[in-house]
Write a protein that binds this ligand. Structure first.
Ligand code: BF8
Ligand code: SF4
Length: 630
C-alpha cells in the first residue's frame, strides 16, 4: 500500500482528457463539447422569467414587457417555475420509492426478491401501528407494501413518517400548513396551482414547494430508503474503491447506472454466479467486474462494496475507456448521449425501465417477476460482447482510491457509540455524537449532497468544501454524486483523518471512521432527516438549533430542488453553489433566501464563489454554537 495522498481534480481532468483523445479517434461526442454549443445560456431561462405554460405565450419578462399576456408578473412566473421544478423532483424520487414498495409487495421466500432485514420491517410496522405478532414475515411484507403504496394516494391525513420528526418540527409543519398529504396529491396540487390562471402569489407557490418537497423527503424518498433496506439489507460499514481505475482490463466490465437498486442488486447477484464467471473465462476474460455510476452505484457500494466507477459527469468516461462491455441503466440522470456514444465502441447500452426509454439502446424490460431471468440474460450479453472489444481503443485510467462506505443512520449510531466513555447508557442513541459537538471536539456537521454541473468545474466545489470543513473539525455526511466525488478524491479513506483538524481527527481515530461518511444515494437524504430528528430528540435542541447545515454546491436536477426544499422545511439552512433560476424575482429570491425562515426556521443561501460558500457555512455553524452557548 503506497503512501496516502488525495487525488486532485487536475488528475481527474488529465484522465478525462486522455479519454477524450480516444473519443476523438472514433468521432465521439461528449458533454464538454455540447456545453460549448449551448453557451451562453438563455438569460430569460436563467432568471426563471420565461413562461410557456399556456399557448398564448411563451412570454418573457423584460423591463419593457413587465407582464405576460395574462398579466402575470415576474414574481408569479419565477414562483410557478420554481414549484414546477420541485414537483418534478418530488415526483421522480417518490416514484422510485413507489417502485421499491412494489418490489416489496412481490417478495417471496423462493422469489427473485426476499426480505433481507426482517427486524427493520417489524420496526417500521410497529411505528405504523401494524400488528406483527405471529405473522409470517412475507405476509407482513405484503401488508406493509400495500400500506406504503397507500401513502401515495391516501384519502385523508398526512404522511405516516412525519411522526418521526421532533414535536417542534411537526408543530411548525402544522402551523404553516405544509404537512404533506398523499404524495401524488402534492405533486398534482403543484401542477394545478401552476396551471394558467391559478396561483401567481409567491408566498403560496413557495409554501407549496416546501410541502411538495416534504412529501418527497418524509414520504416517497423515505419509503424508498427504508424499504430498500428491508429488501436488500441495511448498510453497514464496508470497504470499496472509487474512480475509473476500478474497471479491470482483463475482465468483462458491466457498469450499472441509475437509481433503483432492484435492477443493480440483481445484476450483481448474477455477475457473482460461478456459472457466469466460468462463462466469462470461456470467452477469454479473467472474470467479471461490476462497477457503478450515479446513485445506483451508491446503493450497491453501501450494501455490497461494489466499486464506484464515478459520478454523474463521469458517465461518458466509462464508455470512453473502450473496456465497458455493457452499461445497464434503470431510471434518472442517464445521458441520452449514452446511446450514440456506445455505438462508437463495442459497448451495449441496455435500458430496462419503461420510465427511461432511450433511442439506440437494447431495451430489456425489467420487472420483479422476470428480474432473475433478465439479469442473467444481460450478464450473458455482456460476457459475449467481450470478444468485440477493440484493443487499440482500450485505456482505463489507473486512478482509484479506497473508501469505507455504508454509514446508514443505524450504522452511524452503532459506530459512534464507541467514541465516548460516557457514564450514562448511550447504546443506540446519538448522544455520543452530541457529546462530541457539545465539547467542541466536533464543531458541527455538514450534509454534502447533490450532483455535478458543468457550470462548476466538476468535483472542485465538493472536494474543496469538504477539505476545508474537515480541517475545521466539521464532520461530513455525504450522499449522491457528492459522496462519489469525496470517494474519488480519497476523502472516504480512513487515512484522510490525517488532514482533519485535531478534534475530528481524534474522533475518526477512536471510532475508526473516515471524516466523510457515505450515507447513500439521493433518496437516502431521508436517512439524514432521521439522523437530525434523533439528534434533536436526544439533545433537547430543535433541529434548527443544531450546528448542522446542508450544501449542494454543484447541483443540477429537479430532484435536488425538491431535496433542498424538504431539508430547509425541516429546519436546516441549505447552501447552494448554483442559482435555482430564481434571480428574476426579488420576491421569490427574498422568500427563499430569507422570508421562509419566519415559517420554518431555516432558509437558503446561494453563493457561487466556493471560498465564500464554505466560509458562510462555517460562520453559520459557529453562530449556532454561540446561540446554544456551547
Ligand atoms: O439522485 S446527485 S446527478 S445521480 S440527481 Fe443524479 Fe444529482 Fe447524481 Fe442520483 Ni441525485
Ligand atoms: Fe404568458 Fe400567462 Fe400564458 Fe404564461 S400563463 S405563457 S405568462 S399568457
Amino acid at each position: 500500500m503506497g503512501e496516502f495522498k488525495l487525488t486532485t481534480v487536475e488528475e481527474f481532468e488529465a484522465a478525462t482528457n486522455r479519454l477524450l483523445e480516444t473519443g476523438a479517434k472514433v468521432g465521439a461526442d461528449a458533454y464538454q463539447f455540447r456545453v460549448k454549443n449551448q453557451t451562453p445560456h438563455c438569460k430569460f431561462g436563467e432568471q426563471g422569467v420565461c413562461c410557456r405554460i399556456c399557448m398564448m405565450g411563451p412570454c418573457r419578462i423584460t423591463p419593457k414587457a413587465p407582464r405576460g399576456i395574462c398579466g402575470c408578473d415576474a414574481h408569479g412566473i419565477v414562483g410557478r417555475n420554481f414549484l414546477r421544478f420541485t414537483a418534478g423532483g418530488a415526483a421522480t424520487h417518490s416514484d422510485h420509492g413507489r417502485e421499491i414498495c412494489h418490489t416489496l409487495y412481490c417478495t417471496a421466500p423462493d422469489g427473485n426478491y426476499k426480505v433481507k432485514d426482517p427486524e427493520k420491517l417489524i420496526r417500521i410496522a410497529h411505528e405504523w401501528g401494524v400488528e406483527t405478532e405471529g405473522k409470517d414475515i412475507y405476509d407482513l411484507a405484503h401488508e406493509m407494501a400495500v400500506l406504503a403504496l397507500g401513502e401515495y394516494g391516501k384519502v385523508f391525513g398526512f404522511q405516516n413518517f412525519l411522526k418521526r420528526a421532533p414535536k417542534h418540527t411537526q408543530e411548525i409543519w402544522e402551523r404553516e400548513e405544509i404537512q404533506p398529504r398523499a404524495i401524488d396529491r402534492e405533486v398534482s396540487c403543484s401542477l394545478h396551482m401552476t396551471h394558467m390562471g391559478c396561483s401567481s402569489k409567491p408566498e403560496a407557490l413557495i409554501r407549496q414547494s416546501l410541502r411538495a418537497g416534504l412529501s418527497d423527503g418524509w414520504g416517497g424518498s423515505m419509503a424508498g430508503t427504508e424499504f430498500s433496506d428491508v429488501l436488500f439489507g441495511t448498510p453497514k460499514p464496508i470497504d470499496t474503491e472509487a474512480n475509473l481505475g476500478v474497471m479491470v482490463e482483463e475482465n468483462v466490465n458491466i457498469v450499472v447506472h441509475g437509481h433503483d437498486p432492484s435492477l443493480s442488486e440483481m445484476i450483481c447477484e448474477y455477475a457473482d454466479d460461478p456459472e457466469m464467471i466460468a462463462y466469462a473465462k470461456e470467452m477469454g476474460a479473467k472474470g467479471i467486474t461490476v462497477s457503478g455510476v450515479c446513485c445506483t452505484s451508491n446503493e450497491v457500494a453501501m450494501r455490497r462494496g461494489i466499486p464506484m466507477a464515478g459520478n454523474f459527469l463521469q458517465q461518458e468516461n466509462v464508455i470512453l475507456t473502450g473496456a465497458c462491455e455493457a452499461i445497464v441503466v434503470d431510471v434518472q440522470c442517464i445521458f441520452p448521449a449514452i446511446g450514440p456514444l456506445a455505438k462508437c465502441f463495442h459497448t451495449k447500452f441496455v435500458t430496462t425501465s419503461a420510465i427511461a426509454q432511450m433511442p439506440e439502446s437494447d431495451y430489456i424490460r425489467f420487472s420483479p417477476e422476470n428480474a432473475g431471468e433478465n439479469a442473467k440474460a444481460i450478464v450473458k450479453m455482456a460476457i459475449e460482447n467481450f470478444k468485440n472489444r477493440k484493443p487499440e481503443l482500450v485505456h482505463i485510467p489507473q486512478m482509484k482510491q479506497k473508501a469505507t462506505v455504508g454509514y446508514s443512520f443505524e450504522a452511524i449510531v452503532k459506530t459512534l457509540d464507541t467514541v465516548t466513555n460516557s457514564q450514562v447508557d448511550v447504546t443506540g442513541t446519538t448522544k455520543p455524537l452530541i457529546e462530541c459537538v457539545k465539547s467542541g471536539v466536533i464543531r458541527g456537521a455538514v450534509a454534502m449532497v447533490g450532483c455535478n454541473n458543468p457550470k462548476v468545474r466538476p468535483d472542485t466545489a465538493h472536494i474543496a468544501l469538504m477539505k476545508k470543513l474537515i480541517e475545521n473539525d466539521i464532520i461530513i455526511v455525504a450522499s449522491g454524486c457528492s459522496a462519489q466525488a469525496a470517494a474519488k478524491a480519497g476523502l472516504m479513506d480512513k487515512r484522510a483523518r490525517d488532514i482533519c483538524g485535531a478534534g475530528l481527527k481524534r474522533v475518526c481515530q477512536l471510532a475508526d471512521i473516515p471524516p466523510v461518511l457515505h450515507m447513500g444515494s439521493c433518496v437516502d437524504i431521508s436517512r439524514m432527516m432521521v439522523l437530525v430528528a434523533e439528534l434533536s430528540k436526544d439533545s433537547g435542541w430543535n433541529i434548527s438549533e443544531l450546528p448542522v447545515v446542508g450544501c449542494a454546491p454543484e447541483w443540477m436536477s429537479e430532484k435536488a430542488v425538491s431535496i433542498g426544499n424538504y431539508v430547509v422545511a425541516t429546519g436546516i439552512d441549505t447552501f447552494l453553489g448554483v442559482d435555482p433560476y430564481a434571480s428574476g424575482s426579488s420576491e421569490v429570491e427574498g422568500l427563499l433566501q430569507g422570508g421562509i425562515r419566519d415559517w420554518v426556521e431555516a432558509c437558503y443561501t446561494v453563493e457561487t464563489d466556493i471560498d465564500k460558500l464554505v466560509d458562510k457555512m462555517i460562520d453559520r455553524i459557529e453562530e449556532k454554537r454561540v446561540a446554544l452557548g456551547i
